[in-house]
Design a protein around this ligand. Sequence first.
Ligand code: NCD
Ligand code: ZN
Length: 332
Amino acid sequence: MEIKLSSPLDMHLHLREGDMLKTVVPLTADTFAGAVIMPNLVPPVDNLERLRAYRAEILEGVGGHAFEPFMTLFLKNYTEEQLLAAREEIIGIKLYPAGITTNSSGGVASLEAAEQTLALMEKLGIRLMVHGETNAFVMDREADFLPVYERWAQKFPKLQIVMEHITTASAVALLDRYENLHATVTLQHLLITLDDVAGGLLNPHLFCKPIAKRPEDREALAAAALQAHPKLSFGSDSAPHPISKKECCGCAAGVFTAPIALQVLAGFFEEHGKLDNLQTFVSDNAHRIYGVTPPTKTVTLEKTPFTIPAKYGEVVPMWAGREIAWSVKSVA
Ligand code: NCD
Ligand code: ZN
């Protein structure tokens, strides 16, 4: 059995910098035609000069692959002039509540104070992408943030808002209530619950923010993805950390899935008899929602077993060592 995917897109990706970037960029650029690049570097990507330099570093790492990085800025208070200058070079601006996840200490301390920039973004047609968690109890952080999405969706009706890496059934339900709300969902949140992270022996390689939730949440996310819900895009949130930062006390949050995402998705959609919807979920929805035109790339996946490597460089992928049913046959 085979499936051909046309120009798959990853609408939420962490590439880091330096040696880590060199290791991970080709692992995405091999099979994806484009990806939304997250700005949570140290220091963050919060000005055009840094954004251009970062984009150049990514393109150098891409080598011969046909791959388009869609750049984002890290949200702070920007002037209208700054936003106008950046508009053509970004796919959106990413809002991190301060301290909520990896490298987010420079995020917004006050959501209310951020609204002046959101109003300007609405006026200029710049998309807002949000890490939607509060500092409530860890399992409740996303649910606690949902009223903020609702408030902004109403207050800024022309602002396109992407709820990044949604993990709850309640977030899925919001998609149908506000025309200007969209979402991404990761690979791991379609497949795992908190049980896989911490229900048996602790698995640091499945630890990420937002934390995986309850079975009924996973089921709602899976149902939306499998039907290729028109307001949902695939965003892996593949977030590499060196093994020393994962297998330690004080494990960093982030699951590394870039090199296995399409193969695992093919198996997941096939198991549920929905392989025909995979193209829409990993490509067509994002093309339409974000209005992007990445390079043309055809990825052929085949139902031939593949054993996930123990490591890619210094990074342990999700499900390292596990045999999965699908593999990449060719990329053209
Ligand atoms: C991401 C990272 O490592 O940069 N970690 C994660 O757990 N998802 C940041 C993020 O998207 O929250
Ligand atoms: Zn992320």
